[in-house]
Design a protein around this ligand. Structure first.
Ligand code: HEM
Length: 378
């Protein structure tokens, strides 16, 4: 409220109010190109082709368009629209695994494996290779918040190694997909001669890698934050059981109230940019505090209240502008299916630890474990 744009000692700027963040996300003088950042993340090292989340137009737009042609909707009927039945089946298998357990960890037993299985399924990764994906993703996720002052170097090295192994594996898989028919995302991208021409193998691998990284922990956190919020609002949980359609506005309100991505830290000013009374000098790194923007009292009435009946929930949970989350339709569908199934199948669920332990990342917010007990049988 007092300092919507705050200059930091290291020369970067933090922006925390709704209007200012939304305007900056649409400002063409802001760059997402990781090569322009004064403080790149250590995990960005060594990427020959930056993924399109870390690129500016025209490269960004071309790569996003080419991947979006197959992924859709809203742009095409694409893979996501046809995936609902498969997603429900994956959720069913995970819930079957709860049988006989006194305590369920919503993270380890459910939310963590679910999005990896979904992306593997969409990409066309053979089922027997999925366990390797889970290990790579774990090492990657663990290294994303690497802090050289407090963490052993091993953590970063494991993450970078996992990144290399994943790329090599995807490259190998892709080689077998050229010239073959198939409906999975890798085969579609490998054989597509759309208006933008063909993607190179390097571009396809980089895109597949991005989908996995951008779509994993974010979705884990949305599902887990969702379950935590429902357990803290039992009247809403009961309502969701009785009114399954409530899940649609409920997931939007969750993206506002407990968003998985708290900060977009990777923007740089291409030129001097004036925000309110502050001039952000050319070359500065800018951090956009999405989570605080989504709780800005000048934009949302009673912003700290969780209210799935809220109208006009234009949250910043998926960002905005040209980098608006590519996987939003998939993440929404996954979370809607997951929460509906969890409230239907858990019998009298009760939180074991409140608050639960949280992951340490300043960018992504979500519990590292969420233990839930069910009512004793009978
Ligand atoms: C971009 C959030 C799930 C793929 C973004 C951005 C946000 C975001 C805030 C904007 C980043 C920026 O402006 O720099 C989330 C949240 C998710 C989620 C909260 C889950 C609840 C997914 C999924 C996928 C995905 C499931 C894919 C399978 C992407 C990609 C971008 C992106 C590729 C880059 C888009 C571009 O640069 O044009 N996401 N995401 N995300 N997301 Fe998501």
């Amino acid at each position: 409220r007092e300092t919507p744009v705050a200059a930091q000692e290291d020369g970067s700027y933090v922006v925390s109010t709704y209007r200012e963040i939304a305007d900056l996300l649409h400002n063409p003088h802001l760059s997402s190109d990781v090569r322009n950042l004064s403080h790149p993340m250590p995990t960005h090292e060594g990427d020959a082709t930056p993924a399109f989340i870390n690129l500016d137009p025209p490269e960004h737009d071309r790569l996003r368009r080419m991947a979006m042609r197959h992924f859709g909707p809203p742009h095409t009927p694409g893979l996501v629209a046809g995936a609902e039945g498969d997603l429900t089946a994956i959720v069913g298998t995970l819930i079957d695994g709860f049988a006989g357990k006194e305590q369920i960890d919503i993270v380890d037993d459910f939310a963590y494996p679910f999005p990896v299985s979904v992306i593997c399924h969409l990409l066309g990764v053979p089922r027997e290779d999925e366990p390797r994906f889970h290990l790579w993703v774990e090492a990657l996720v663990d290294s994303i918040d690497y802090n050289p002052e407090t963490d052993p170097k091993e953590k970063l090295e494991n993450g970078l190694q996992a990144r290399k192994d994943l790329r090599r594996y995807l490259g190998g898989l892709l080689e077998k997909r050229h010239g073959r028919p198939g409906d999975d995302l890798l085969t579609r991208m490998a054989n597509d001669d759309g208006p933008d021409g063909r993607m190179t193998d390097e571009e396809i691998v980089s895109t597949a890698n991005l989908l996995l990284i951008a779509g994993h922990e974010t979705t884990v956190n949305l599902i887990t934050n969702g379950m935590l919020t429902l357990l803290r609002h039992p009247q809403v949980l009961r309502r969701l059981r009785e009114e399954p359609d409530l899940v649609v506005p409920l997931v939007e309100e969750l993206l506002r109230y407990e968003p998985p991505v708290h900060i977009i830290p990777w923007r740089a000013a291409y030129s001097d940019i004036t925000v309110g009374d502050t001039v952000i000098p050319k070359g500065s790194q800018i951090m956009l505090m999405l989570a605080s923007g989504s709780r800005d009292p000048n934009r949302f009435h009673e912003p700290d209240r969780f209210d799935p009946d809220r109208r006009d929930i234009q949250h910043l949970g998926f960002g905005s502008g040209i980098h608006l989350c590519f996987g939003g339709p998939l993440a929404r569908l996954e979370t809607q299916i997951a929460l509906t199934a969890l409230v239907r199948h858990l019998d009298g669920p009760r939180l074991v630890t409140d608050p639960p332990p949280y992951r340490r990342s300043p960018i992504l917010r979500g519990p590292v474990h969420l233990l839930v007990e069910q009512q004793a049988a009978g």
